[in-house]
Ligand binder design. Sequence first.
Ligand SMILES: [Fe+2]
Ligand SMILES: [Fe+2]
Length: 346
Amino acid sequence: MSVGSSGKITKSDKPLNTKYQNLDKSKLLEQIDDDIQELNLLKSKIKQIEDDKKAKEQQLLILDGGGGNTTDGNWKDTTNYEALKSVNYRQYRQYELAYDRVKLFYKEQHEKQTVTYNIQARINFKSKIRDKMTVWDALIKLNNLLDESDPDTELSQIDHALQTAEAIRKDNKPRWFQLVGLIHDLGKLLYYYDSKGQWDVVGDTFPVGCKYSKKIIYYEYFKLNPDYKNPLYNTKYGLYSPNCGLDNVMLSWGHDEYMYHLAKEQSCLPAEALAMIRYHSFYPWHQEGAYKYLMNDHDLKMLEAVKAFNPYDLYSKSDLKCDITELKSYYIDLIDEFFPNKIIEF
Ligand SMILES: [Fe+2]
Ligand SMILES: [Fe+2]
């Protein structure tokens, strides 16, 4: 993607390192977040292809009586298998080449998300009220702020919020689940309050204060983080203990943590909803299976919920915009049901 002559972000083959030029900082946040989402979508598709391939191989083994040889000799050279391989190859190549800005983003995030920073961010969060407004007004505020620099934006924050919520609603999921769809990214408001950049608002999240999993995207950049060499933090458990439960683990600070703490304190959303909000960017955990040794039984149940939410977040980004005026009263009722105080302290 790059910035076209019309000023719109369009797909093109222009050098990737020019694509962020001329974007103001709020637009940049949105663009980085979109690219991270796109990257996660690509990873999810690759995983799906690999799973399908494994299932296909398994099926062939079963058909073949489990011996690994097929009647026609070498089944691995079938056309379908080659097609899958080439898709994989192309996708991995994109993954490697396409996201230089995302790499720079993760370099900064991995370097700066230290234990010290995370403790300070939580102190800042608890020590003041940044704003007071309804959840709906907060969604509008986020939308306006991110749109300020580019009224021609392709998919706004509120479109993504409503699309996610509507997709969940169409699947007849519970009302609290629909509300999660609507508010899961609302914590991006943080960008306009206390954040130091994009790196403490968006991106995949991970535990701080213990050894980084190699399943975290761009793991190698953690070598730049002072905690990487700190013996208090660089062992398997670090500050934590076996199966202590993720409630007791500090996850890197960003829009997920911020919104989770707000919702936990000011809503009556169930535990599953809070987990979906808190862990929706914790890809190393919910997609890669990392940090199982920190989980307790409660987290196992929460993992199921977070996995159920993920496809709605990833796959609901279509160009079809929702009619905000038409949907407003439905979602205001929904918000009021779970945020009884109506005016929320942000
Ligand atoms: Fe998010
Ligand atoms: Fe999202």
